[in-house]
Design a protein around this ligand. Structure first.
Ligand code: PLP
Length: 391
């Protein structure tokens, strides 16, 4: 039986003026909307108690399994406001499927995909006023969660469009934690599901710039048989020190190699890696120990429309380096929900560095990025059926 997500509307929403001001420059992950979607699971009853409720802290027993053994998974996707005011999700069914796969790997209960999508949709409906216009202006016409009408001065305070680069959205974070208070190491018999939401500003506020990736030989992200393909918190906890190493070496992000030491490239900390070759291939590491990114799949599917042949296979660091140096690899980019496509213009490792192309974002990367954004914001025809209208 599928879950219902009835709305229990908050009596104390963020006032309209404050929300509008936040939406004008939200940054990433700093502010949260008025509500959250919830559901609970236990071994006897299965999934139950679905709803959309006022955002509130957890009260958990200190023995809850999530605190001790990291039994936790999450997802990340966005809601986009189109020019006509409508609000849409992009491929949420793919996030739902990945959430179920992550649950299987972490011995957590699988939330049916339809319930996952419904929870996300109902939260976005409840908090629709938090979905900014693409240019960052407030969502005119969407009332707040019950606060009085907005004053003229509050409206002008938000300076619609000031942050400008047309990529504002509402980031959605579904997650599932193991809550049974029990210190034995075995799958929890209780779990809690939540979806929270946070307005997101443009990833590159002053224009798309390239990043340099640090090729770490100190740390691995994943091993064959491990949790690399699952979106579980532990993968990210383990990546923080590598991220620090990257920063210490003047790089924005990490590029991981395979842990077996064969020197094949895997992915970045929160993005999949793609190479554009001079002879027209869009090349990306095959699945296995990496996260199966929705953006990765999107660019593979769109590649032929831009005259590229999509290829998924193992790619060695030696091949990447030689290709960048002799020009057979003309562009590299990273793909993920947060930044869509991030041009990778250089790499550094212990004792070496190399540049991709002329060290600036490449034309194919920028064209693909524009193509994906045009789809997400409804500026291009959705021929793949990837968009889902929420309101
Ligand atoms: C490790 C990792 N790889 C790749 C991605 C890109 O996945 P997606 O395109 O679904 O956001 C993410 C982000 O979720 C990630 O955390």
């Amino acid at each position: 039986m599928s879950l219902d997500f009835p709305l229990d509307r908050t009596a104390t929403p963020v006032p309209d003026a404050e929300r509008r001001a936040l939406l004008s420059d939200p940054g990433f992950g700093r502010w949260f909307t008025d509500h959250m979607a919830v559901a609970a699971w236990d071994a006897e009853r299965g999934w139950h108690d679905g709803g959309v409720r006022p955002l509130a802290p957890f009260t958990l027993h200190p023995g809850a399994a999530v605190f001790h053994y990291g039994q936790e998974i999450f997802e990340g996707l966005k809601a986009y406001r189109h020019a006509d005011g409508g609000v849409w999700l992009f491929r949420p069914e793919d996030n739902a499927r990945r959430f179920a796969r992550s649950a299987r790997r972490l011995a957590l209960p699988e939330l049916p995909e339809a319930d996952f999508v419904r929870a996300v949709e109902e939260l976005v409906r409840a908090d629709a006023a938090w979905v900014p216009r693409a240019d960052g202006g407030p969502a005119e016409g969407d009332e707040g969660s019950g606060s009085p009408a907005t004053s003229a001065s509050a409206r002008s305070a938000s300076a619609p469009g000031a942050s400008g680069s047309g990529e504002q959205s509402l980031y959605l974070r579904p997650f599932l934690i193991a809550t049974e208070p029990f210190l034995g190491v075995r799958p929890s018999t209780q779990a809690l599901f939540r979806v929270i939401a946070s307005p997101a500003g443009p990833y590159f506020p002053s224009g798309v710039t390239g990043v340099t990736l640090w090729i770490t030989e100190t740390y691995s992200r994943a091993a064959v048989g491990g949790t690399g393909a699952a979106k579980c918190g532990g993968n990210y906890a383990g990546s923080l020190v590598a991220q620090t190493e990257a920063r210490e070496n003047g790089c924005e992000q990490v590029l991981y190699l395979d842990s077996a030491g064969h020197g094949t490239i895997e992915e970045s900390g929160t993005m999949n890696l793609c190479l554009v070759t001079r002879d027209g291939e869009l090349l990306t590491p095959a699945l296995g120990t990496i996260l199966e990114g929705v953006t990765r799949d999107t660019v593979l599917a769109l590649a032929p429309e831009l005259g590229l042949r999509p290829v998924e296979r193992a790619i060695s660091l030696a091949e990447l380096r030689a290709g960048a140096e002799d020009g057979t690899v003309s562009e590299v980019f990273a793909a993920g929900t947060a930044a869509v496509l991030t041009p990778v213009t250089g790499f550094k490792g212990a004792g070496y560095a190399f540049t991709v192309g002329d060290g600036t974002p490449g034309p194919t990367t920028l064209a693909l990025r524009r193509t994906v954004l045009d789809l997400q914001y409804g500026r291009a025809e959705d021929r793949h059926g990837w968009l889902r209208r929420v309101r």
